[in-house]
Design a protein around this ligand. Structure first.
Ligand code: EPS
Length: 364
């Protein structure tokens, strides 16, 4: 009945709670011979970590990766890879005041309704801390895709609250140079100012993160229930706080005429990419494009109405070290989820069709 495993051939099971002793994952199905080094995984984890700037939670976790199995002499052996990260900076007393209350907009309520019991410390399993293991497993998938197919996966912050980053000005090479993963250098000061004001106000805000995978071969994806876009959407929706996923033109497709939406084909390649690189659930050889909406976080110090576990009305105030915008550090998570989906589908494609089925991306 549990649902903590993701992927069919590159299969990742995560475990652990935010305030438990550790979080971890078991990766089954990774091909042998892939270089796996803890410091390389940690470099990806550092991009996602809390406390990198004043705009995120100030919890300071070392996120040191212990490789427990599946790797010998820094190389995968084909056996299950187990990764463990010990939690070192949880402050559970921050949660004692709300142990018997439900944060409006949070999984507190539904976990309690479903299981009749919940680990209230840091939201337990529903905490964004779980995404650490997605990024760790995603680092392995990213390396595999880069080595085998030269696939590059890059995400960026496309919008934070009302502030949009101008797509025309996007320079993905600078995305890692600022704490927002913003591709527009002129926008960073405005984002800083907006976040400083928001933090002072005590409120939170949502964000949009876009992601692009380049050099993806045509042929990945299994109609009809294992379509590539089905699995990308499911992967993204499984990230904490995600409320929407668009592929390619997404909801803009509603108002586009067919003559505009169709991506015309010439011997030199497609003339546009409204499909987001996926046709009929199968990669077309174009870049894969997805856009993900994150809701505002629900741990707020501003008082709100709620009920306690006896159903009595009460007021809630959440104190502690929280993210006013979880989308700020979501870019590496989105990249990791896309990497895992693509690696899983590449292994599935090879298993069913062999290498003949993979057509190199002659057209973009
Ligand atoms: C989180 C709340 C904060 C964040 C945490 C996610 O944790 P806590 O208040 O329990 O210390 O710091 O993020 C992480 C620890 C992390 O590594 O991402 C939440 O409610 O989701």
């Amino acid at each position: 009945m549990g649902s903590n495993t993701f992927g069919k051939l590159f299969s990742v099971t995560t475990f652990g709670e935010s305030h438990g002793p550790a979080i971890g994952c078991v990766i089954d199905g990774c091909p042998p011979g892939l270089s796996i080094i803890a410091t390389e995984i940690e470099a990806e984890l550092e991009r996602r970590a809390t406390g990198r700037s004043r705009h995120t939670s100030q919890r300071k976790e070392a996120d040191a990766v212990e490789i427990l199995s599946g790797v010998f002499d820094d190389v995968s052996t084909g056996t299950p890879i187990a990764l463990l990260i010990r939690n070192t900076d949880a402050r559970s007393k921050d949660y004692s005041k709300i142990a018997n209350q439900f944060r409006p907009g949070h999984a507190d309520w539904t976990y309690h309704k479903k299981y009749g019991i919940r680990d209230y410390r840091g939201g337990g399993r529903s905490s964004a801390r779980e995404t650490t293991m997605r990024v760790a497993a995603g680092a392995i998938a990213k390396r595999y895709l880069r080595e085998q197919l030269n696939i590059e996966i890059r995400g960026w912050l496309a919008q934070l609250g009302p502030l949009r980053t101008d797509a025309a000005l996007c320079d993905l090479s600078i995305v890692d140079d600022n704490p927002f993963f913003c591709p527009d250098p002129d926008k960073v000061a405005e984002l800083e100012q907006f976040m400083d004001g928001l933090r002072k106000s005590g409120d939170s805000v949502g964000a949009r993160v876009n992601v692009c995978a380049s050099n993806v071969p045509a042929g990945l994806g299994e109609p009809v229930y294992g379509k590539l876009d089905v699995d990308i959407a499911a992967a993204m929706m499984s990230i904490n706080a995600v409320k929407g996923v668009e592929i390619g033109a997404g909801f803009d497709s509603i108002s586009q005429p067919g003559t505009e939406h169709r991506d015309e084909i010439t011997p030199e390649g497609f003339l546009s990419n409204h499909a987001g690189g996926i046709l009929g659930g199968i990669s077309s050889g174009q870049n894969i494009l997805a856009s993900i909406a994150f809701k505002p976080t629900s741990s707020l110090r501003l008082p709100g109405q709620t009920i306690d576990i006896e159903g009595k009305p009460t007021e809630i105030i959440t104190t502690g070290r929280h993210d006013p915008c979880v989308g700020i550090r979501a870019t590496p998570i989105v990249e990791a989820m896309l990497a895992m989906v693509l690696m899983d589908h590449y292994l599935r494609q090879r298993a069913q069709c062999g290498d003949v089925g993979i057509i190199s991306p002659i057209i973009k």
